[in-house]
Design a protein around this ligand. Sequence first.
Ligand code: BGC
Length: 714
Amino acid sequence: MLTSAAFLIRQPIEDKVNQLLSQMTLPEKVGQLNQINGFDDSARLRLQQGEVGSILNLNAALPGPNPSPAVIVEAANAVQRMAVNESRLGIPLLFGRDVIHGFRTVFPIPLAQAAAWDPATVEQGAAIAADEATSQGVKWTFAPMVDIARDPRWGRVAEGAGEDPFLGSAIAAAAVRGFQGEDLSDPRRLLACAKHFVGYGGAQGGRDYESVEMSVRTLRDVYLPPFHAAVRQGVATLMAAFHDLNGIPLNAHRELLTDLLRAEWGFKGFVVSDWRSVIELVNHGIAADPAEAAYAGLVAGVDMDMVSDVYRQHLPELVADGHLSEAQIHEAARRILRLKFLAGLFENPYTDPARHRSTLLKPEYLQFARQFARQTMVLLKNEQLLPIDGRFKRILFTGPFVHARGELLGTWNVDGRAEDVTPLSQAVREIAPTGHELFFVENTDEALHLAQHVDLVVALVGEHPSRSGENRNVSDLSLPPGQTQLVQALADLGVPLAVVVFAGRPLAIPHETRLADALLYAWHPGSEGGFALADLLFGLAQPSGRLPITIPRRTGQVPIYYAHKPSGRPVGSTTEFLTRYVDLPYSPLFPFGFGLGYTSFTYHNLEISEPHMTGETQISAEVTNQGSLPGIETAQLYLRDVHASVARPVKELKGFQRLELQPGETRRVTFTVSATDLVFTSYNDLPRVEPGDYQVWIGPNSTAGLQGSFTLDI
Ligand code: BGC
């Protein structure tokens, strides 16, 4: 079941865990289940008494906003020394931190990373983040976030891989591989944590922490697969989400945390709560008091309590009263200790104090961040404007992001620093070929004045990162106030206009799309985002990002996603009474999978090796670079199960391949589809493959491509 070598349960380790457990008192076992935030004198006392298993955000205890790397690692080692030398059994601490999209070298936000459609690059990014973070004493990250999100009002859409379970699963597995490697005891690797288990992205109204109502089928076919992929990859930990799913808060959801996760999937790691989410069971109204909350959390399968302190305060008394058996505590402690052994913490609890010097912001890490950011930006429109060349002598860059530094880092940049970022204005000055006269102006009046005297305007608009991420939901997906007016005013001048959008979510920008001659979606691109964008604008690299999430025309369309069910009255049928809006087209502004480059590709010669498939079939097509520049295309495979026992999505992504093609070059892409790829959750909520007809497409996005069909004969 578990494929990663990192997670093989090795007998010598089990013996060590058992031996250690046999020496532990009940409060010491409970101590392993307790995670605290930061560190102070009272924490030291707890630690000496063996009442702390993990510390989150040790940095929070350090004075000043930006402690030096040397101070951080020294503090981690000092606190670890207390745990090892001053507690009775000397059990080392596990230091956790949100290393979400890079550490000191910040990569594009996770949603942008998904737009690269390149799991190998995501894996490399996670490995670099692990190297940097471990050099600062961190051994556990609360990433990857693998929540599917189909409602961009939800601020946390920025933190995941978008709307699709197939792409999301590939990225989840890649991130886990990158963070953990093959050996958790490698001092340069981190324990990963797939979060937030599960369904969190389905929050009603896009409001973070709200209830989620969904069918078992949708849960199993859409929201669970990326978690399953992470577990198959050997992810060390999972985080139980804040919300209630169909009325049961995840922190009390035994059916999911234990029956599914452990019995069905064979998960061997441990489950951590989200921030205070165990005690929040009281707010959910399913626990009368903190003691009941602690009981419900532990019984459901939450092994470690993140910072609410309810396990430490109440589990011992719950055992003493006979509500819980010591064996139940024992099991949770065993899971945590096992990982501490696997992580090598007992042999090597300390961090090399010198390593950060040759690790943080290494030139090759910055170079990688630049290349990664280039891969994530999505060119959505280009009326022969980009790349910028000799046609444009005088160029004005304007808008709120023209000098942005920290704003490029995006949400969850706890260890990134604005001073490490080169703003676009400087990056453009450094890389633009000679012969252009460049202006960088933030002030709107001045920009409008200047715009009348230039050959090209590049408007840099979008969301500040404080508008996306946890608890940063919006009710309106338009650009923030004033920015549409700016784009309109610039367009009114009739000068060629390129619009670049920085954002943590898909924004509904139909008006801006019409006004712009070129539109590039840059997300929040990280430390090297300024250079990456400059590279693309001036044609030093090719745009190759593809949307991992649908861009709506208007907020009222959400949730909108490509893999919807067909409806009995679909758009395109003859009846007047269709699924639609009277005030808006049915289609999105830009579909899932969409993205342009500076060249164009055509698809031809679809072949299906087994039109009557029993075991597997190969589906292939030729892709040609039709243009005069080299380019990168992402060929996408979609399937539709035409008739089944339940309504199936109109299309589902089942494969993708990035191809780098020279002008005029043709290559055949081949995908193998087997019966297991056709499994879905049927009418009785059980997995099933059904014989019959399947439609298939290979193409550039979810709305285009060559179409064929095959029949599954079983
Ligand atoms: C978030 C988690 C995060 C945790 C620790 C919570 O508020 O939901 O995603 O890992 O805080 O910082």
